[in-house]
Design a binder for this molecule. Structure first.
Ligand SMILES: O=c1[nH]c(=O)c2[nH]c(=O)[nH]c2[nH]1
Length: 300
């Protein structure tokens, strides 16, 4: 009979976001936690007996419950706590390996109320496309992978409900997106009128982030429009902005079965889903100008 070799199991990539509320100042811990356990697991492989198997689903629940019950001080402290729990509470488990990736966030500086707006560290990718046919110039610049989050001041309710609608109305939710944007300059090709491209980029980025942070959002669509409008209103060199904004859903984890209240108002633990995602796309245009940026940004 062939012999079973090294084996391990668990739930990989539990995306856990913990918001801590200190009045109007919020703090984020954003982790990707993978649990891998090993021990007396011969039987499940040889005969199919699950008598020693703590379900991977339970390891996932433990990650979320620990985030709420004990908080996340650091990835190391959180990982140590989890590893100790699995090995000391389950006689059949002799080894636990907890791997954690942590995504770093910094605050968006703005002049509005509250401190609940964040931009993910690691700079976005800046883009540009120049087209010249011997007479006309077109300069379209942009960015992708600028990840932002508001941990409050976002609602979504009052929408159409048909027989397939199950979404609960939200009066305080996380709003997070990975911004992809393109903006078209109205530069005619006159060397004397050339925009300061570096300054323009920094200012567009700043207006975009500040509009995101300062908008009390009733939908991602509304936030998108405000971000675009802020650019059009403040940057005369730009006539058109197009956005493609994935709605990076954060679902409140149900911790009731473990006797834990997980309510937004007290700072909560969320499951950060990667797919599917809502995808909100629109152009914001200077009045009287023509829209030229294609609808599908991947074609640019
Ligand atoms: O901001 C949102 N816009 C939507 O169109 C939408 N649809 C949905 O299910 N959630 C959301 N959120």
């Amino acid at each position: 009979m062939p012999i079973l070799g090294q084996n391990q199991y668990g739930k990989a990539e539990n995306r856990v976001v913990k918001i801590t509320r200190d009045g109007a100042t919020h703090h984020i811990k954003d982790l990707n936690v993978s649990v891998s356990l090993s021990g007396d697991m011969d039987e499940v492989h040889y005969s199919g007996s699950n008598a020693n198997v703590l379900p991977t689903d339970t390891t996932k629940n433990t990650v979320y419950a620990f985030a709420k019950e004990h908080g996340i001080e650091s990835a190391e402290q959180f990982g140590i706590h989890l590893a100790r729990h699995f090995v000391t509470s389950q006689p059949a488990i002799h080894r636990a390996r907890i791997r954690i990736e942590e995504y770093a966030w910094e605050r968006i500086e703005h002049s509005g109320e509250g401190a609940h707006s964040f931009v993910r560290q690691g700079r976005e990718t800046r883009l540009t496309q120049i087209t010249y046919d011997g007479s006309a110039w077109e300069v379209v610049s942009g960015l992708k992978d600028l990840v932002v989050m508001n941990s409050t001041d976002s609602e979504f309710w009052g929408y159409v409900k048909d027989k397939y609608t199950t979404l609960p109305e939200a009066h305080d939710r996380i709003l997070a997106t990975q911004v992809s944007a393109r903006w078209r300059f109205n530069w005619s090709g006159d060397e004397q009128q050339m925009p300061d491209w570096e300054k323009s980029y920094e200012q567009v980025r700043k207006h975009m982030l500040q509009a995101f942070a300062e908008t009390y959002s009733l939908s991602l669509q509304q936030t998108l429009y405000r971000m675009g409008a802020r650019i059009i209103d403040n940057r005369s060199e730009i006539d058109e902005v197009r956005f493609s904004l994935p709605n990076k859903h954060h679902f409140l984890v149900d911790l009731e079965p473990f006797g834990l209240k997980n309510a937004t108002a007290d700072g909560a633990v969320y499951f950060a889903a990667d797919r599917p995602y809502g995808l909100i796309e629109a152009t914001v245009l200077r009045d009287g100008r023509e829209a030229k940026i294609p609808a599908d940004l991947t074609n640019l």
